[in-house]
Design a protein around this ligand. Structure first.
Ligand code: UDP
Ligand code: MG
Length: 329
């Protein structure tokens, strides 16, 4: 390819053989109208059906636009998305599901929003076409919780269809179900985020791969994300804070026992409060020590990887750095 790719569409694929050709046609219909140069990266997440063969066929039909990555086994949607992002060349990366539930026709609308100066445009399936009890309802609760905990207010974290400026995608790794938290990470590096209502269609071919259990994983991941974003640089604030609180409780119990002993002549040793106080003291002290160990880990993390503890949006008048390499930090 001669001209650089401006737009990368990343698509995780797991057993979607019927959907891929239709998706490919729909993508062409939309993307051929755009002024940008584009590529589609299909990531086959260890499909057991003919998805990979179909992908090979699409690459053969349109080598200028289509690329494919095949995993050795099923690593999950998040890993597939991460691999796609790692291989994307465009300044703009758009994530999209392979099952035609997201509509490629929304891509120009997302791009228009990016043009307005945003770094992340998050799709919102306002009219979602999935099972209510196991999917839509739990996902609503999860979205409210994520918004509250992270302070990044989006209606639909779970919607894969989102557009990103590449520079806000570097500097973190995705584990578990964490692709939905990309906007939260992006927010942490200072990205401007907005959302846009997108279409959502029922699945016609293949099956949905998830049920209620996914929401539980998402909530557990939320703990990690909150910890990493709020305390990863200063874990002692969390562990030490909790430790001091518990030790404070221990001291309060002791004080109570002491007052009761001196003024009311009630024995100390017989009370369960005394044992609890001792236990709380040990627990609190351990927690502070754990915080100190975590502080050591953080230093290893940053220093071993040469990761700075900040991100820079722009460098002005530094000849050696352009805006892009600044964002790579
Ligand atoms: N997917 C994947 N690996 C998996 C499960 C799903 O790459 O282990 C892909 C799947 O092919 C689809 C997208 O992730 O493109 C979303 O999956 P699905 O439609 O089942 O999820 P839902 O839309 O119900 O959230
Ligand atoms: Mg789907």
């Amino acid at each position: 390819m001669t001209t650089p790719v401006q737009l990368s569409i990343v698509i995780p694929v797991y057993n979607e053989q019927e959907n891929l050709p239709l998706l490919f046609d729909a993508l062409h219909q939309t993307l051929d109208q755009l002024p940008q140069t584009w590529e589609v990266i299909f990531v086959d997440d260890g499909s057991q059906d003919r998805s990979l063969d179909v992908m090979r066929e699409l690459v053969r039909r349109d080598p200028q636009h289509v690329r494919a990555i095949a995993f050795r086994r099923n690593f999950g949607q998040t890993a597939a998305i991460a691999a796609g992002i790692d291989h994307a060349q465009g300044e703009i990366v758009i994530l999209l599901d392979a099952d035609l539930q997201n509509d490629p026709a929304d891509i120009p609308l997302l791009l228009a929003k990016l043009e307005e100066g945003y770094d992340v445009v998050s799709g919102w399936r306002k009219n979602r076409q999935d099972a209510t009890l196991t999917r839509t309802l739990p996902s609503r609760l999860a979205n409210a919780l994520i918004s509250w905990v992270t302070g990044v207010h989006l209606h639909d974290y779970g919607c894969t269809l989102k557009a990103y400026r590449r520079e806000v995608l570097s500097g973190f790794r995705l584990y578990g179900e964490m692709h939905r938290f990309i906007p939260v990470y992006a927010h942490a590096v200072g990205a401007r985020i907005t959302e846009l209502v997108v279409r959502h269609h029922p699945r016609r071919f293949g099956k949905a791969k998830y049920g209620l259990e996914r929401t539980i994983k998402v909530i557990l991941d939320l703990f990690t994300v909150k910890f990493l974003l709020s305390y990863a640089h200063k874990p002692i604030y969390l562990f030490g804070g909790a430790g001091l609180l518990i030790m404070g409780l221990s001291a309060a119990m002791l004080a109570f026992l002491f007052v009761r002993r001196v003024f009311f002549h009630v024995g100390v040793l017989g009370s369960p409060l005394f044992q609890m106080s001792a236990m709380f003291f040990i627990l609190g002290f351990q927690s502070v020590l754990m915080g100190l160990i975590a502080e050591l880990l953080v230093r290893t993390y940053h220093e071993a990887q040469g990761k700075p503890t900040y991100t820079i949006r722009e460098r002005i008048n530094f000849p050696d750095h352009d805006a892009h390499s600044a964002a790579q930090q």
